[in-house]
Design a protein around this ligand. Sequence first.
Ligand SMILES: [Zn+2]
Length: 234
Amino acid sequence: MLYNPSKEINSELIKPIHGVTTRFDGSFQSRESIVNYLSHRIPNIDTHAIFGIHQIHSSDVHVLRATDKPDYIDSLDVDGLILKKGNALSSIYVKVADCIPLILWDAETFTCAVVHSGWKGTYENISRRTIETMVKLGSKPASIYAFIGPYIHDCCYQVDDVRARLFKSSYIRSVDGRLYLSIGTVVEDQLIYLGVPKKNIDHSPLCTSCDARFFSYWRENTHTHGTMVAYIAV
Ligand SMILES: [Zn+2]
């Protein structure tokens, strides 16, 4: 199957091949479907150099090692994956449907990361875990670029009192007694606090629930909703 032209959402700040898929690129449930798609999108990629994780809404991240096999990584209960550029072209991805797909890229070392940041991972600051790990690997926050891809914005993301209280009131919008969380602003502020320059952050204004180009866990029935993929390759 050919996937051209792609309808992916990309960031001009991130130079390596990367993207967040839309409904028009297909729904990606199985690893096979993702590997099939990415092997068409990323010229000359070895299918054994494409890595996804078993996401569980945690704040844990994993740094890929040269010996890691895709099947092993696929079973890891983490929500962020970090790739240090090696000799062979490799790709890392996360699956999303309303949660934030965060793609990070260090323009100096070419270390990159993909993060699945739902409300729990955002509350537990998975961005910090990821950036701090990248710094341990030699990155400087000032040279890291970030793409906060399409996610459910505060036009649609209604939360209950308990969840709203986990976040500063400045991130909560109240409309007629209903509370809405601006989860992407939390992530953006976390990145800036860690030293990533604001000019290095591309924060997508697209809401996955409002915009029919995207699958949405929120908008669609939870049993039938599709899944999108956010990836980067170096
Ligand atoms: Zn919306």
